[in-house]
Design a protein around this ligand. Sequence first.
Ligand code: CA
Length: 231
Amino acid sequence: MKVMVVEDEADIREILRNLLEEEGFQVVALETGLNIMEELNQHRPDLLLLDQILPGKTGVEAVKEVRASNGFSKLPIIMVTGLSGEDDKVNALDLGADDYVTKPFYPKELAARIKALARRTDTFNGEGDGVAPEKIERGTVSIDFTAHRVTVSGQEILLTLTEFKILGELLKQSGQVLTREKLRERALGNLNVTDRTIDVHMASLRKKLGAIGHHIETVRGVGYRFSERGH
Ligand code: CA
């Protein structure tokens, strides 16, 4: 899952980046919200963490712009307010943020809020208002859902339909664990598929992905995760 952080204070920005990366999120950090729509279109995050007080364009103005946009009107947004007055909290929610956190924030609490919001809105996968993505790129791997084509470092990889669907689901929520249940439901279309069968598909997929096969990590007892860094 990718989180876009907008925070003008460099030290807080880096604290947020480190905290979120430790929690397994991908992070794109911006200093201002001046080009927020361009940045969203380029990076397509799953969640926006927005400081309220920013130079040039305030967090509130940025939220309004995002909410009024075509592709991101439902993007989950958490506002970080520097002020602890009730008015500001109400304001942030009234104006379209989904949640708010007051500075100074507790890292664990912030991570928990982000996860809770992500769960509540998990129909949004950085895909723009629930529309399925046509293409996803994560590191050197690229999957094109329209052309039904997978490439690694530009080289096409031939996958079975099941492998293609599994990879698609892993990449859609890269960095997050995909449970065996979700794999059955979304990729295999059959809730009765055994764990053993899933393991076989997974082994074959890893092998075909070659040098980046190890980016598909087994999360023991839970499922699988595509990690851009690999382990
Ligand atoms: Ca600020």
